[in-house]
Design a protein around this ligand. Structure first.
Ligand code: NAD
Length: 262
């Protein structure tokens, strides 16, 4: 296997447990030769995440609420210290919306719920970029995770779809501003995968079943498939790609109507 990330230093946000897409990316990046620091949300997850971080010899594993500037500062300071001031990539694998805002009709979304979803799920990428760019002294790559609900209406995705649309626009604006410094910014639009965050979406099981029926590959994707694409986008193999959202969804997004019976 060619180690696509040999010698690179990365920071991964969004590991909650072994099912997290961010965990699959952290593991794959480590397998490809990167040193990977891990950040997780809150003490509650410490028991699960610390042993995972140990499996990939993470140089640090620290809590961070991405809606808290002081937490983010501490996290990037830890990365700067562990990596002697040079960071090569950041993976943004975090999102949150209040359950009521997913259960209710979208027109009932509260101001506070909207602001929270936007802050944690969209602005946090910019908050990370502000801190990462100065450490990307030899260029670098930022990668986020998004979903088709940013492009089309997915019932019950609601405010999260609006936040993902902002996130995807953020990818493009960040890519334009950081490109001259050699920093690339991309997203992966993953098909539905059973994770902790996904289980908070009402009717997720149905979404998963439908995706597998609609997708040209007639199946859904798994964390490892997203992680492989992530390694590519973080690596120098993707040095000519920025501002892009790559669908890793077994092709589901190209379909304008469900297939006729096979
Ligand atoms: P997950 O629950 O494992 O990951 C979501 C992460 O967000 C968790 O680690 C959680 O702790 C973190 N988080 C929430 N609020 C936070 C905060 N304030 N500060 C820091 N971290 C916070 O689920 P996942 O499915 O692996 O989600 C990762 C990303 O992939 C999310 O952006 C999600 O929207 C996206 N995504 C998921 C799917 C899917 O079907 N699972 C599909 C497309 C995109």
């Amino acid at each position: 296997m060619t180690a696509l990330l040999a010698g690179k230093n990365g920071l991964v946000f969004g590991v909650a447990n072994h099912r997290s897409i961010a965990w699959a990316i952290a593991e794959a990046a480590h397998r490809h030769g990167a040193r990977v620091g891990v950040s997780y949300f809150g003490e509650r997850l410490e028991r699960r995440v610390v042993p995972l971080a140990a499996q990939i010899d993470a140089p640090f594993c620290i809590p961070c609420d991405v809606s808290d500037d002081a937490d983010l500062d501490a996290c990037f300071a830890a990365a700067a210290e562990a990596f002697d001031g040079r960071l090569d990539f950041v993976v943004h694998g975090v999102a949150f919306a209040q359950r009521d805002d997913l259960l209710n009709r979208f027109n009932l979304t509260s101001r506070a719920g909207h602001a929270l979803a936007m802050d944690v799920s969209a602005y946090s990428l910019t908050a990370m970029a502000r801190r990462a760019a100065p450490l990307m002294t030899e260029g670098g790559a930022l990668l986020t995770l998004t979903y088709y609900g940013a492009e089309k209406v997915i019932p019950r995705y609601n405010v999260m779809g609006v936040a993902k649309a902002a996130l995807e626009a953020g990818v493009r604006y960040l890519a334009a501003d950081l490109g001259p410094d050699g920093v690339r910014v991309n997203g992966i639009s993953a098909g539905p995968i059973k994770t902790l965050a996904a289980s908070g979406i009402p009717g997720f099981r149905k979404m998963l079943g439908q995706a597998g029926e609609i997708a040209p590959l007639r199946r859904t994707v798994d964390q490892a498939e997203v992680a492989d694409a992530a390694v590519f986008l973080l690596s120098d193999m993707a040095r000519g790609i920025t501002g892009e959202v790559l669908h890793v969804d077994a092709g589901q997004n190209i379909m304008g109507a469900p297939p006729l019976a096979d």
